[in-house]
Design a protein around this ligand. Structure first.
Ligand code: ATP
Length: 284
């Protein structure tokens, strides 16, 4: 799987690699031969290097599918996704995925250290380099004292930290995050949100982050894109967020932007209920 490949110590070039992304005229139809629905259609998007790009939108509009296209695990029916290495044809060490905590792909039979180390072992990184890299990332996510614990002994938040340490140790230039903190309690989620921003500021890289939580989107992103209702979803609006971190969610600027994003989503959801999206597809 993509999140395990790549090696920080051996490929420091990866962080200096350009993490800019481009989606061009992307369309996804999972059943084109049966004249199935287009989930995404004519989607164009550019994401700059080291951007913290958050994607929100109505349920089922294709946010996860868009991440999967970039991860190289879903093939677009039309158009393409492109990184600085070229058009995406499959998974690659430059792109790593962090999943929801309930879907965390940790290996239950390996302790925390071994889980974080696993990708580096697969890449045949020398033992001493591996040990130093794993130590570095366990410290960064505050898990150095839990290195010998097994996944069943960890809380949901700790499991997410292991997942984050594992992907960061592989040093991808693009980090894809699909609602990574959605299943966690509010307090843990806040803590991990703060930690994630600080890890990203410490080692800037492009992050593409999908969430349903508008507050989280405005708290984390340098940009927030709102998608249109399905089917044939695309990008409706992208907001640039210039507020410095850590952000004050009660600041007028924060509240104002969160209300705009919320109004956009509500309008898209109402189209969904009114059936506009489906009508527009049958007209095309
Ligand atoms: N492999 C697949 N085969 C067929 N349909 C799929 C597949 N993957 C996703 N879909 C459909 O594509 C649509 C978009 O799914 P996706 O999970 O990308 O949306 P989403 O915006 O992330 O949804 P949510 O916000 O509810 O998590 C849904 O209708 C889903 O059923």
């Amino acid at each position: 799987m993509v999140e395990l490949s790549g090696v920080r110590a051996m490929t420091d070039a990866a962080t200096s690699a350009d993490g800019s992304i481009r989606f061009r005229d992307v369309g996804i139809n999972f059943t084109p031969k049966q004249r199935g629905e287009w989930v995404l259609r004519h989607l164009d998007l550019e994401i700059g290097d080291n951007e913290f790009f958050v994607i929100v939108g109505p349920s089922g509009c294709g946010k996860s599918t868009l991440l999967r296209v970039l991860a190289g695990i879903a093939k677009p029916t039309e158009g393409f996704a492109q990184t600085s290495r070229g058009v995406v044809h499959g998974p690659g060490p430059d792109r790593a995925m962090v999943f929801q905590s309930v879907d965390t792909p940790l290996m239950e039979w390996l302790n925390v250290r071994r889980n974080v180390e696993y990708g580096l072992r697969m890449q045949r990184v020398p033992r001493s380099v591996r040990a130093a890299t794993v130590d570095q990332y366990l410290r960064k996510v505050g898990l150095h004292r839990a290195a010998s614990k097994y996944p069943h002994q960890l809380s949901g938040g700790m499991k997410q930290r292991v997942q984050i340490a594992r992907v960061l140790a592989s040093n991808p230039s693009v980090l894809l995050m699909d609602e990574p903190f959605a299943a966690l309690d509010a307090q843990t989620r806040r803590l991990l949100q703060r930690e994630l921003v600080s890890l990203w500021q410490d080692e800037p890289r492009t992050v593409i982050y999908v969430t349903h939580d508008i507050r989280e989107a405005v708290l984390l992103g340098t940009k927030v894109a709102v998608m249109t209702a399905p089917p044939q979803s695309t990008i409706r609006t992208t907001y640039e967020i210039a507020m410095p971190y850590p952000r004050d969610e009660f600041a007028p600027e924060f509240v104002d932007l969160a209300s705009k994003v919320e109004a956009d989503i509500e309008e898209e959801v109402s189209k969904l209920w009114a059936g506009d999206g489906f009508e527009s597809q049958s007209r095309s």
